[in-house]
Design a protein around this ligand. Structure first.
Ligand code: ADP
Ligand code: AMP
Length: 245
């Protein structure tokens, strides 16, 4: 085991090793953070997450991305989740709680995590609290991406994503350098099957009925910070940085 990883390291270019070493040294001085991003579909959670992740050396766990990967791979989890996802309804609490329970134990989550799209029900929030209590930690901050529903249809129908990295673009608000192509890898971008005006209606309905109570749940604990998510992306980033500084 040790010799095989040493052999692998020998093959890694020096520049890559140095970059990773510098990243780890920078990360060592950062405080641990356990964050939740809550907001309706299209409110900008996935856009802000990579910026927060890099700044604080956290892992980014987006249950929607994990479920879509499971659906694409036709795993038992994906098969169970697909029907609800296609209709814009929530999948069962047990399925998502299981994937988060496993994911937060990964080494990349050692300095903490950004939960994007989880918890989406009060039951999920309670289960998360139980998991964290067992580890002797708690949620530090909940970022509430507050936004009017009327803005979301244009954001959702213009969204293009790079599935393997999770990078997000928008035809009008964040266009790629070449239409339909990822800036970094040159691979094709796709539109999500549920990013239609019709499915958005069910997704918003689920948000108001099942997820808004989660914001009240965390407000009682005094950890919610409200953001003006209708502002341009850079202005939202400034608000996020203020809240987390
Ligand atoms: P979420 O993860 O909350 O569903 P995304 O971050 O994927 O939302 O954003 C939805 C779409 O809106 C994407 O196409 C993204 O490029 C775009 N977008 C994100 N934030 C903003 C913003 N502040 N202003 C305008 N468009 C935005
Ligand atoms: P998202 O990528 O966050 O927009 O999620 C896409 C879809 O995945 C949702 O419409 C739900 O069907 C499902 N999903 C994602 N996260 C959860 C969750 N925490 N609880 C239940 N369903 C979820």
């Amino acid at each position: 085991m040790a010799s095989s990883s040493a052999a692998t390291l020998e093959d890694v270019p020096s520049m890559d090793l140095m970059t990773e070493l510098l990243r780890r040294m920078k990360c060592a001085s950062k405080p641990d953070k356990r964050l939740i991003l809550i907001g309706p579909p299209g409110s900008g959670k996935g856009t802000q997450s990579p910026i927060i992740k890099d700044e604080f050396c956290l892992c980014h766990l987006a249950t929607g991305d994990m479920l879509r990967a499971a659906v694409a791979a036709k795993t038992p989890l994906g098969v169970k989740a697909k029907e609800a996802m296609d209709k814009g309804q929530l999948v069962s609490d047990d399925l998502v709680v299981g994937i988060i329970d496993e994911a937060i134990k990964k080494p990349s989550c050692q300095k903490g995590f950004i939960l994007d799209g989880f918890p989406r029900t009060v039951v999920q929030a309670q289960k998360l609290d139980e998991m964290l209590e067992k580890q002797g930690v708690k949620v530090d901050k909940v970022l509430n991406f507050a936004i009017d529903d009327a803005i979301l249809e244009e954001r959702i129908t213009g969204r293009w994503i790079h599935p393997s990295s999770g990078r997000t673009y928008h035809t009008k608000f964040a266009p790629p350098k070449t239409p339909g192509v990822d800036d970094v890898t040159g691979e094709h971008l796709i539109q999500r099957k549920d990013d239609t005006a019709a499915v958005l209606k069910s997704r918003l309905d689920a948000f108001h009925k099942q997820t808004e109570p989660v914001i009240s749940y965390y407000k009682q604990k005094g950890v919610v910070a409200d953001l003006h998510a209708e502002k341009p992306p850079k202005e939202v980033t400034v608000e996020v940085e203020k809240v987390l500084s």
